[in-house]
Each structure stands twice: as structure tokens, then as C-alpha cells.
Design a binder for this molecule. Structure first.
Ligand SMILES: [Cu+2]
Length: 149
């Protein structure tokens, strides 16, 4: 049932953009937002830990892990409110390693690496929780919120 809830907004987005001839959102120039994933002492964090997005706008969320440990970003409610265009992974020199398209429910980033998550929010929501799903990281403070206007 969860899968249906995710697919409907994406389908509605594609239908409405076609009907309004508002342009191809899957190719729109994205607004870049960098979220740093890291640790300081015994605390772990997302920085910033609150981001604000708008429905119908294209975003490139750069997940920049500056830590020696791997980190993830996930959140069931958040995933249901966005359409993922793709996830891109580059090698340290910037060469493309992989471009992943389709339903994404979490993104895990290796130590001192980054990934780019291209999304279009399709539903509004206030203070939608996100967290790192790796054991103990949420408890260490690796949580945040997303507001979609
Ligand atoms: Cu983490």
C-alpha cells in the first residue's frame, strides 16, 4: 500500500505538467542544497538540520559526508512527499560513476564521499522528520526536518 501512495503524486505531477505545458520538470535546472553529514565529539549531525523546499521545484540535494563513518538519510513521510528524478554518484575527480533512477527510499554515503539526490517535492508538509538509519546515529543526534511549502 505504501508503494501506491508514493506513485500517485509522481503520476499526478507528470500529468499536471503535461496538461499545463509548464515544461519538463525531469529536466529542469535544480536548486542546489548541500546537507553535510558528520560527527563532532560523540554527537552526529546533518547540517543544516532543517531545510525548506517548495512543491513543483527541482532540487539537487548534495549529501556531503565529511565523516570517517558512513551515513544515511531516510524518512518514510519525506519519501512519500517527493518524486526522485535520479541519484548521481561521482568519483573524487568528478567523473560519473553511477546515475540511479527510480524509487529511492534512502541514500547511504560512504566516508568522505558525496552523492547528489535530484528530487521534486510533490506534497506539502511541516517539519517532516529525516534521520540517519544507521544504528545509534539517530540517538547521537543525526536527525533533521524538512518543510515543504
Ligand atoms: Cu549517520
Amino acid at each position: 500500500m505504501k508503494r501506491i501512495a508514493i506513485l500517485i503524486p509522481a503520476a499526478a505531477l507528470l500529468l499536471s505538467s503535461a496538461a499545463q505545458a509548464a515544461g519538463d520538470l525531469s529536466r529542469a535546472d535544480p536548486t542546489e542544497i548541500v546537507i553535510e553529514m558528520g560527527a563532532s565529539g560523540d554527537k552526529m549531525y546533518f547540517k543544516p538540520d532543517n531545510i525548506e523546499l517548495e512543491t513543483g521545484k527541482a532540487y539537487k540535494i548534495v549529501l556531503k559526508n565529511v565523516d570517517e563513518a558512513k551515513h544515511e538519510i531516510e524518512g518514510h513521510e519525506f519519501i512519500e512527499k517527493i518524486f526522485t528524478r535520479k541519484v548521481e554518484i561521482a568519483d573524487p575527480s568528478g567523473g560519473l560513476v553511477a546515475e540511479i533512477k527510480g524509487l529511492v527510499t534512502e541514500v547511504e554515503v560512504g566516508p568522505n564521499r558525496e552523492a547528489e539526490w535530484f528530487i521534486v517535492p510533490v506534497q506539502t508538509g511541516e517539519n517532516i522528520p529525516i534521520e540517519c538509519g544507521i544504528e545509534g546515529h539517530k540517538e547521537a543526534g543525526m536527525v533533521g526536518t524538512v518543510t515543504i511549502k
